[in-house]
Design a binder for this molecule. Structure first.
Ligand code: NAD
Length: 441
């Protein structure tokens, strides 16, 4: 089938490349010409394991093309996916300006039946609104359907998540569009992926409810970790003991500095805004947002205490991406901690295996307050404190004795609980974790 994908960010590029790998012919569009140039050269503009190979393979096979022209995609495709950004606006709601702009461009070009699919995360009611917007802007009285097909991939394992999802959700009231969508996802149907067919509003709600639930789970275990800090219980064992209960499950029970990234923060705010508008305050989600915000203070308190204040201190920040296996630093807790350290008169020596360039761009206004190291040991040289902010695998096996020999003061705050507490203490570190009272030095 001929498909168009508007937006070549994490979701658009992964979806487009994987659809091509399913055997479809895909035209990917981005308004950012330099991004399209990069992709046309066969390079992927961000770090995502396994993605470059799939892009190259399908581009070489002639199934995957890149362009800046929405018109080209609409002309050549039966189904057009919207995978543009839906960032948070000042009032917490999702900013739909990219979606609306792309929909208007599609409408202007419609010359026959098309299925227009929202893969971007959009608030309940967007499908209906897009139907009206496209109907108002089309220049010919052609038929079309609007379908909701939210994406659940995770950055860092996006290709695998797309190829082997827990479920595919399709929201539409049109039998014709439903049949077309089923055909697109046939390769997943064949490997028995559950496909949830529903109406547009339910599909839109499933996406926000899923992300908000995960955010709540993270905030819940963070509060339990903070309690463990006071009681001496070990949150790792608490989480294990909870997670073995199949009704709870072990995932998303890892305490840390609070969730970040391009989805949970904005999606929880958007769901809270939807609730307020509809007169059904989402109190649990509102509280999760508040708990998440406060969790950064918990990390700063630990750091300040371990380092004996931050004024004039050098802090090695290990990990800058919002999570491992990605170069994405959007809403990264690590960057927030860097800013706070500098605001308190400290200096940061940051290291990340792949996200240093993105971090330097995002923190450009801090100028000399933040320097970047080539590895964790260089970051630690002469530092007064270390803080682990991203659970990159390589931080699990740091050579503690070597680190200790490099630092000026031996304060180590493990905001991700990835360091072996005993190894850190043996090396002579003052070790502080999240909710592991008994294991702290
Ligand atoms: P992104 O910001 O990485 O990419 C969006 C791309 O769309 C950019 O390259 C931008 O230049 C392009 N664009 C914007 N307007 C355009 C237009 N009119 N025409 C052509 N291109 C245009 O965003 P993302 O992280 O891929 O997220 C996209 C959507 O998917 C969001 O709604 C997000 O919430 C949702 N989502 C993201 C993830 C994730 O892990 N990143 C997971 C699931 C869902």
């Amino acid at each position: 089938m001929n498909l168009g994908v508007i937006g070549t960010g994490y979701v658009g590029l992964v979806s487009g490349a994987c659809f091509a790998d399913f055997g479809h012919s895909v035209i990917c569009v981005d308004s950012d010409a330099s991004r399209v140039d990069t992709l046309t050269r066969g390079e992927v503009p961000f770090y995502e394991p396994g993605l470059a190979e799939i892009v190259k393979r399908n581009a070489a096979a002639g199934r995957l093309r890149f362009t800046t022209s929405v018109a080209e995609a609409v002309d050549g495709a039966l189904v057009v996916f919207l995978a543009v950004g839906t960032p948070q606006s000042d009032n917490g709601e999702a900013d739909l300006s990219q979606v609306d702009a792309a929909a208007r461009e599609i409408a202007a070009r419609l010359d026959g039946y098309r299925v227009i699919v929202t893969k971007s995360t959009v608030p309940v009611g967007t499908g209906v609104r897009l139907r009206e917007l496209i109907a108002a802007h089309r220049t010919k009285p052609v038929a079309f359907d609007v379908v909701s097909n939210p994406e659940f991939l995770r950055e860092g394992s996006a290709v695998n998540d797309f190829m082997r999802p827990d479920r595919v959700v399709i929201g539409t009231s049109s039998d014709q569009a439903a049949a077309i969508m089923r055909e697109i996802y046939r390769p997943l149907y064949l490997i028995e992926t559950p496909i949830v067919m529903t109406d547009v509003e339910t599909s839109e709600t499933i996406k926000y409810a899923s992300n908000a639930f995960l955010a709540v789970k993270i905030s819940f275990i963070n509060e339990i970790a903070n309690l463990c800090d006071r009681t001496g219980a070990d949150v790792h064992v608490v989480a294990k003991g909870m997670g073995l209960d199949k009704r709870i499950g072990p995932k998303f029970l890892h305490p840390g500095p609070g969730y970040g990234g391009s989805c949970f923060p904005k999606d929880t705010h958007a769901l809270a805004a939807i609730g307020r508008h509809r007169g059904v305050t989402q109190r649990i989600v509102e509280t999760a947002i508040e708990v998440n915000r406060a969790q950064r203070d918990v990390v700063m308190d630990k750091l300040r205490q371990a380092a004996g204040g931050l004024e004039g201190k050098v802090v090695a920040v290990l990990g800058l991406a919002f999570k491992p296996n990605t170069s994405d630093v959007r809403e990264s807790p690590a960057l927030d901690i860097c800013r706070r350290i500098v605001a308190e008169g400290g200096r940061v020596r940051g290291f990340d295996p792949v996200a240093a360039t993105e971090a330097a761009h995002a923190l450009a206004d801090l100028a000399d307050g933040v320097q970047y190291a080539n590895d964790a040991y260089e970051a630690a040289s002469g530092a007064d404190a270390l803080v682990v902010m991203t659970e990159w695998n390589e931080f699990r096996s740091l050579d503690m004795a070597r680190l200790k020999s490099l630092v000026r003061c031996a304060a180590l705050v493990d905001a991700r609980n990835v360091v072996e507490p005993e190894a850190a203490k043996r090396a002579g570190f003052t070790y502080v974790a999240m909710g592991r009272g008994q294991h702290q030095a």
